[in-house]
Design a protein around this ligand. Structure first.
Ligand SMILES: *Cc1c(COP(=O)(O)O)cnc(C)c1O
Length: 233
């Protein structure tokens, strides 16, 4: 538990450092603790250290953890979301980072209407083409945004990406920079329902570089909770 505390202090310090380096405020960056595969006790330890935002990539896991913690934590859906499971998390998550198809957006819109809610979403961009299966191609983004902006219950808040795993995080700098620029270009178009105030980019390996390039949400798992053991589940 104490080790989580130390890790969180380190990460927060790094966030402040990276922000400072480029003249940004650390308060403008949200730390999302990626708690996937980790037990509720670990999340409670993070909450005790004032980290409020948790990232999960499986619907089943959000449901289980939500049952215990409810809105004591702020939940972020960061993994691929199947349309038939949207209904289980619509009332639990604050932000869906992983909207990657019109079909999914439409489903979220329908479920949101049923729940009488407005849902904040990010559009997941596929910048690494080969490396990740999911996400919208940069070329298709404009069209995608125009279609989703017409869905009454959805509010596009920004962009998300999973950059490739690289030895040297500098290798991802160009990707982060491109996405920041894309967000600026989109914002300039002043489309209804489209805000570009959130850029979800940067993970344990590269969050400092991402912050230097404009990230407003970093998703840190290993750097806070340690290695994930997928066998134990
Ligand atoms: C697992 C995961 C993370 C966290 O990865 P770490 O390298 O452990 O920080 C971030 N984003 C997404 C979408 C993930 O699935």
């Amino acid at each position: 538990m104490d080790c989580i505390k130390d890790n969180i202090e380190d990460v927060l310090e790094n966030i402040a450092k990276a922000a400072d380096k480029v003249g940004r405020q650390k308060e403008d960056i949200t730390l999302i603790a990626v708690s996937k595969t980790k037990p509720v006790q670990d999340i409670e330890a993070a909450l005790a250290c004032h980290v409020t935002d948790m990232g999960e990539n499986k619907v089943q896991e959000i449901r289980q953890k939500y049952e215990v913690l409810g809105h004591n934590a702020t939940w972020h859906m960061i993994g691929h979301l199947q349309t038939n499971k949207v209904k289980y998390i619509i009332d639990k998550v604050d932000l869906i980072h992983s909207v990657d198809s019109i079909k999914l957006a439409e489903k979220i819109n329908v479920e949101a209407k049923k729940a009488d809610k407005i849902i904040d979403i990010l559009i997941q961009l596929n910048v690494a083409d080969e490396e990740t299966k999911f996400g919208i191609k940069t070329m298709e983004l404009d069209d995608f945004i125009r279609q989703v902006s017409n869905m009454s219950q959805l509010r596009i808040r920004g962009l998300m990406t999973i950059a490739p795993y690289v030895e040297d995080p500098e290798e991802n700098r160009e990707i982060f920079r491109e996405i920041s620029q894309l967000a600026v270009d989109i914002k300039r178009k002043n489309i209804d329902n489209v805000n570009m105030d959130i850029l979800s980019m940067g993970m344990t390996n590269d969050y400092m570089v991402a912050i230097e390039e404009g990230s407003t949400m970093v998703r840190v798992g290993t750097g806070i909770f340690g290695k994930r053991d997928y066998n134990k589940r």
